[in-house]
Design a protein around this ligand. Sequence first.
Ligand code: IPD
Length: 293
Amino acid sequence: MADWSDCLNFGISIAKQASEVVLSGFREQKEVKLKSSPADLVTETDQRVETILISAIRARYPQHRFIGEESVAAGERVHLTDSPTWIIDPIDGTVNFVHGFPLVAISIAFTINKKTEFGIVYSCVEDKMFYAQRGRGAFLNGKALNASGQEDISRCVVVTEIGAERDDLALSTMTSNIFRLLKLPIHGIRALGTAAVDMCQVATGGADAYYHIGMHCWDIAASAIIVQEAGGVVMDTDGSDFDMMSRRVIAASSPAVANRIAEVIQTFPCRRDDEDPGKCICVAAGVNGPQII
Ligand code: IPD
């Protein structure tokens, strides 16, 4: 079995270095631009951190490929191949970053043959380095992580996000999902503003489940392997196998909890991350409500 430890260690060290740029911009006034919706933000720091990470990796591993949030926002296609690929979110939690809410993360996943070999989520302000390598366990600042193992949904803390999708269908589905879960009942709902850090809470056992519809592959690719290596399960909201491009995910402490959430929640249409934009019909946010584009 190939050992990607060198790449993992390099990823950890550049995430730490790049976090200095995130931290130095954290308390400052930022110029904010909108992307797909009024809640999908980008700053110069997001773009700068992505450039720093990709340049450093490319210099060391010139054959490797990249899927980066801001490169895709700038027009690159999401095309996951069998080649070694780094999937990067330079700042997961950009809304938090813009507001100075102290949970922001650099998220880096590495795939080969379309399979994730390792994931790194660095929660910069908290100085928490989550990482996992396939078959080798999950860690937080060097200490092994274990999901809670909880099997009873009525004893769960569940994390989710409303996210950047703001059309009527997405909003009504997401708010009614929270209602449905609270009525089961569950112990509580939480939202931290970063999908990557949200999902890592399942790996720590601090939360028992996480679900989200509408996020992207760069938000959750790294944290998915961290949850799995901590003994948790990750799957699609329709109960099928996890597919990082589908824009739907449930991460949970046990199959019982994951399946119960899949039974209770409803979804709304989202264009896959790897779908050719020219070929799809999808629902998008419009100023006057949902539109077909
Ligand atoms: C966002 C965050 C947020 C989630 C959104 C993501 P970004 O990522 O993960 O928690 O709800 O769906 O787009 O834009 O801050 O990298």
